[in-house]
Write a protein that binds this ligand. Sequence first.
Ligand code: SF4
Length: 395
Amino acid sequence: MKLQFKRAPKPESIPTADWNNWTWQLRQSLKSLSDFEKAFNLDEQERSAFQEGAEVFNIRTTPYYAGLAGPQSQDPIRRILMPNALELATPAQAMLDPLGERKNNPAPRIIHRYPDRVLFLVTDICSVYCRYCTRKHFTGQEQAFIKNNEYEEALSYIKSHTGIREVILSGGDPLTISDAQLDRTLFDLRKIDHVEIIRVGTRMPVVCPMRVSEDLVKILKKHKPVFLMSHFNHPRELTEEAAQAVEKFVDNGIPVMNQMVLLNGVNNHPAIVQALSRRLLYLRAKPYYMFQCDPSRGTDHLRTSIEDSLEIQKELWGNLSGLAMPTLSLDIPDGGGKTYYVPNYETQSSSEKRMYRGWDGVEAEYVNPTADRIQKPLDAELYFSEWESLKNAKT
Ligand code: SF4
């Protein structure tokens, strides 16, 4: 079956050339109460949240993304972009830095949490400030591209840590920087011999798909291998424009991996996750993670309970193809790293065998081979030094 994607609405008064220009979208972003009042009928709760909501986290959306939101205050897209008085309510948990990034920050704009990879925060600007953002301690604060001295220090940290194999450009949103800045950054990273993979973590294909031009894709392609980490949360975000953006990447050999966040009142239903995952897969984007929302400040009303998330995952398991199945993952607060959840089908275990009851009730055992059959791969020693250097990469 051919899946259809709907075009996003465009106000007739705006010339198409302006609307399709990503810098116009950024310049015309809605930031103030009066900007939002021109585009939405705000209810009292939303209006009252503007002043104090901005203190919890900056407020901004592109006109394009605002156009995807429905008229009701409980609309899923609206819940992502609109400040809400509930952000100010007494929380069950609220952390400024739930991923403990500030204590894993050995150089300016570098987060080094895992041995073989770093985050490189090239800007703190986003074109939409998602109300559930996990990086409120950084995102949207200075509203600027990285300073030259910080850029050089960050690069020399990556250069001097030879165990770093992956650099993840993040922020803020790295696709809010210009093509020239992005090209220079990728060029400088590619000059570092031990950097194998570069990822670009961005929400621009979702909130401003006009950013994905032929020129941008050429730059990413030139510096391959580059992975595009998209961040679609809801099937309605996959408009015709967004679908074309995703296809532009994959047609040019840039793999797209999607990281969604489970959000209360937005996508916390297996039907929504399934619809999103199937559409992404159809576009050849891999549904990668389904994150438990971090307990960042002002997010209590957007978080699901872990039990609810597990229920959603259990419903999806078995019904959704493995290719379309995102992995449910929680970042352990305070920088504990990721933990993953999979449904547990094991009913009994011993060192000889384990018993299972599968997703549709089939029961069976898996018996281990006897110990005398176990042999290390003959050529394991060849890869030993690579393995050791990975384990020692952070030291
Ligand atoms: S795009 Fe990412 S970094 Fe920016 S506000 Fe949204 S979640 Fe946070």
